[in-house]
Design a protein around this ligand. Sequence first.
Ligand SMILES: [Fe+2]
Length: 242
Amino acid sequence: MKAAIISDIHSNLEALQAVIKDIKKRRIKNTFCLGDLVGYGANPNECIEMCIKESKYITVGNHDWATLNKTNIAVFNSVAAQAIRWTQKIIKKSNLNRLKRLPLTHTIDNVLLVHATPRNPTQWNYLFSLNEFEAEFSLFDTQVCFIGHSHIPSAVFQDANGYTDFLRENPFPLIKNRKYIVNAGSVGQPRDLDPRACYAIYDGNNNSIEIVRLDYNIPRAQQKIVEAGLPEILAERLLVGR
Ligand SMILES: [Fe+2]
């Protein structure tokens, strides 16, 4: 199985279009999505519709849940909360129903998909440190677990002796008897100081994973955010990638 893994689109249609175009150019037949289709950007309806059309499996993210009033917006910072309230106003009922149907996890062959963490996915915890990653490995049985949520692409492996470390090469091979947690980064709002759209490619046939970065029309996405009356900081951060 070969699949593109996309996450954290956040209503950024320009970034999503660039990523889908690249996936098609590479002739990758499967796209899996890790959620946060909406929030922050100006095109929630278009992004939901495109994700549903292009993705074989989609798991739900915390901003999708907030839009559905399934998580308390009070836990969001004020800018994120404003974007959720704006999204709730303009989202079509049909797309709200699409979000409602998204599950928290999917398992496909040797791959687990979850937005935040294998442990208690509804708590929307973040994995940043090696210790935080390490504590998750006993919670899944597949060789690879793809996550999103932090908007920071990264990969951590654990070998059969329990030795755990970050992987710094890209692409990297999948080695037998090792498990992996891979953060696929963010399509629509990267936060690793690289403003380019980000996604991952899982190649189960050749046993490798690659993180891909792509330029997209950032000025257009920024302009739409400003025109929609969303907080301008949401436009500014796209240019710096944080
Ligand atoms: Fe997100």
